[in-house]
Design a protein around this ligand. Structure first.
Ligand SMILES: Nc1ncnc2c1ncn2[C@@H]1O[C@H](COP(=O)(O)OP(=O)(O)OP(=O)(O)O)[C@@H](O)[C@H]1O
Length: 345
């Protein structure tokens, strides 16, 4: 028996200009939070809208728990949605906003009161039930939107960059609350973001998208540590990417930084990714000659970019904050290629 709860088969939704999503095959497990991660315009929102029934696919099928829902209207799909901007009804109170979906589904009044009370408690907003959206902060409004989405007991929770309009502190707070809530409820979720940190923190698995297609899917840590494709490594900034020039008679792959023995060679292996902490910088001694061209200080880390003499390749090395280096300084690069990850093009 398949363990997938949501199953997308060959889903294509194209706009007149050729943009959109193409031939998406995806299985989402019951209770899983699947993150769609990719650059602006890669089709994340289009995929989410197609699952929601807000965009009609040209071909393919959407199955939920074995039911083919491809031709159902959005309102019949039992999906909860949260968007980037909260889109609450300004003239209704918080409680009335949350109740809205149950009212349109003609639930009994006492049932609605109970469900709204529970949903507001889950998002910790019970004390603001009688306020209007205009009297709430952005973070609080997004909690209302979340309560409104979960109150209908959705089969799937769809979230489109729900935190991106909030400032950092509120974003972090809501992010962990959202994760806790989704796990507590055991609801299957699809979460769209272009933010790596969000994808890492929220996803059970992350699907990386580019140009309307899914490039690869893996657990977040796996994606960062062992990306399979050049696009993923580049988008996640997983390390220095260098092309493979060819292979030696023993099967070792030649690169401008040395040779590596491929773990499991595949015909489309095109490059390698070397993590920043696998690149050491020595003031003198052996290694490849280069020049420091940039120092990027971030909270508790320092990333040093070094341009290699001759090839023009720029490598990135993780260094302790205390390391005394400066732009223009000659340096030697020693790459631990045993830690390099082969990438497909
Ligand atoms: N209604 C539309 N008509 C025509 N083209 C569209 C329409 N909606 C989106 N597109 C195009 O389809 C592509 C995918 O858009 P989509 O909004 O799905 O991407 P996204 O990954 O969610 O991007 P973002 O992160 O910027 O929201 C883009 O090239 C976009 O310009």
């Amino acid at each position: 028996m398949s363990t997938s709860f949501v199953h997308l088969r060959g889903l294509t939704t194209e706009y007149g200009n050729g943009a959109g999503i193409r031939d998406i095959d995806l299985e989402i497990r019951r209770g899983e939070m699947l993150v769609l991660l990719g650059p602006s315009g890669c089709g994340k929102t289009t995929l989410l809208r197609t699952i929601a029934g807000l965009a009609a696919p040209d071909s393919g099928a959407i199955m939920v728990d074995g039911d083919d829902i491809t031709s159902l209207k959005a309102a019949q799909r039992d999906m909860g949605m949260v968007f980037q901007t909260w889109a609450l009804f300004p003239h209704l109170t918080v409680a009335q906003n949350v109740a809205y979906g149950l009212k349109t589904r003609r639930h009994a009044k006492n049932e609605i009161t109970k469900a709204v009370g529970e949903a507001l408690e889950l998002v910790q907003l019970s004390h603001l039930a009688d306020r209007k959206p205009g009297q709430l902060s952005g973070g609080q409004q997004q909690r209302v939107a979340l309560a409104r989405a979960i109150v209908i007991n959705p089969r799937v929770l769809l979230l489109d960059e729900p935190l991106s309009a909030l400032d950092r502190r509120i974003r972090m707070e809501l992010r962990s609350d959202l994760r806790r809530l989704q796990q507590e409820l055991g609801v299957t979720g699809v979460y769209v973001t272009h933010d790596h940190g969000e994808a890492l923190a929220l996803g059970d698995r992350v699907a990386v998208m580019n140009e309307g297609r899914i490039v690869e899917i893996a657990a977040p840590r796996e994606l960062f540590v062992r990306p399979q494709h050049r696009f993923t490594a580049h988008f996640l900034d997983a390390g220095t990417i260098v092309d493979i020039d060819g292979s030696g008679p023993d099967g070792a792959l030649r690169t401008p930084l040395g040779s590596i023995a491929p773990v499991a060679p595949t015909p489309d292996m095109a490059a390698i990714c070397i993590p920043a902490d696998a690149i050491a910088l020595e003031v003198d001694g052996p290694g490849i000659a280069g020049t420091v061209v940039d120092l990027d200080y971030e909270q508790s880390s320092l990333t040093v970019s070094v341009q290699l003499s001759g090839s023009g390749i720029v490598v990135k090395s993780a260094q302790p904050l205390s390391r005394d280096l400066h732009s223009g300084q000659p340096i030697r690069v020693v790459a631990d290629l045993e830690r390099a990850v082969p990438l497909a093009s």
